[in-house]
Design a protein around this ligand. Structure first.
Ligand code: PTJ
Length: 256
């Protein structure tokens, strides 16, 4: 891996790039994952590379939904494995939930490598390397699922997902939580709760919220959800992006 000096003004972004590139080198991330990371970086830049108010509200709702769930499950793909494997294991542990490897560009070798990585990090339940069910209405590899994991879950967290599967999971009656830096994506619009944030900030933030709310009553958790409107949150995320761009334009004006 290229050594990135911590003093570099773009350290976090360059270090994340290195992790995805390393993921490709060791065979856990697809080469397409590099393109996805680039797209994400661009949206993160527009967002100001910070946790927005919209993301905070969505994170609270996501934590409430996960804590209320009968059977939550957390999906992991090649980019998630490269960028936040430990953080996903930590979240799964906090919830007592399984992790399931689910790949768009699926190879059995890659699914096994990711599952092994999650197990080596201490995950108690990891599925996806031996699927035994199919998500209806999907005709690609992402339909593969596991009965004890995503297939049987009532709430599913899907970071960096494609819109098709998000829709197919919702059509199965599941509540879907997305983590996606693009507030305009189909996934963002089809999920019940969308955290518009960088995965590397979003997952630890969500785990902290889960721990904070773990003592709350079911009534309190239901109240959080009752006041939540995902469309409103997406509009707010776009608005916060716009505000950030406006402040950029003002800086440029001052420099003239
Ligand atoms: O490992 P596989 O085979 O399952 O493939 C995974 C990728 C991510 C390559 C695949 O799902 C894919 O092609 O995804 P997309 O549609 O290119 O990207 C999904 C969304 O994630 C896009 O809206 C990106 O803006 C967003 N995104 C990218 N990086 C991040 C991100 N969102 C949050 N955090 C990121 N770091």
């Amino acid at each position: 891996m290229t050594e990135i000096p911590r003093s570099h003004p773009r350290y976090a972004s360059l270090a994340a790039r290195e992790r995805v590139a390393e993921g490709v080198r060791v065979g856990i991330t697809s080469s397409q994952g590099l393109i996805a990371q680039g797209r994400g970086e661009c949206f993160d830049y527009l967002l100001g590379e910070r946790i927005t108010k919209a993301a905070e509200k969505a994170t609270e709702a996501a934590a409430a939904l996960l804590l209320l769930a009968r059977c939550p499950a957390l999906s992991v793909n090649g980019n998630v494995a490269a960028l936040a494997a430990e953080e996903m294991v930590d979240l799964a542990t906090a919830l007592g939930a399984p992790l399931e490897v689910n790949l768009f560009h699926r190879t059995e070798e890659r699914a096994k490598k990711i599952a092994d990585l999650l197990r080596s990090l201490g995950a108690a339940r990891v599925y996806g390397d031996d699927p035994d069910a199919e998500i209806p209405r999907l005709n690609h590899a992402r339909a593969m699922a596991t009965r004890k994991g995503i297939w049987g879950a009532d709430v599913v967290l899907i970071p960096l997902e494609d819109g098709d599967r998000c829709e197919a999971l919702a059509a199965m009656g599941k509540r879907v939580i997305a983590v996606d830096l693009n507030p305009l994506s189909r996934t963002s619009r089809k999920a019940a709760v969308t955290i518009v944030d960088n995965l590397q900030r979003a997952i630890p933030n969500l785990t902290a919220k889960v721990r904070e709310l773990s003592g709350a009553s079911r009534e309190e958790l239901r109240e959080i959800l009752a006041g939540y409107d995902n469309r409103k949150i997406l509009r707010q995320a776009v608005e916060e992006m716009r505000e950030h761009l406006k402040s950029f334009a003002e800086v440029l004006d001052k420099e003239d």
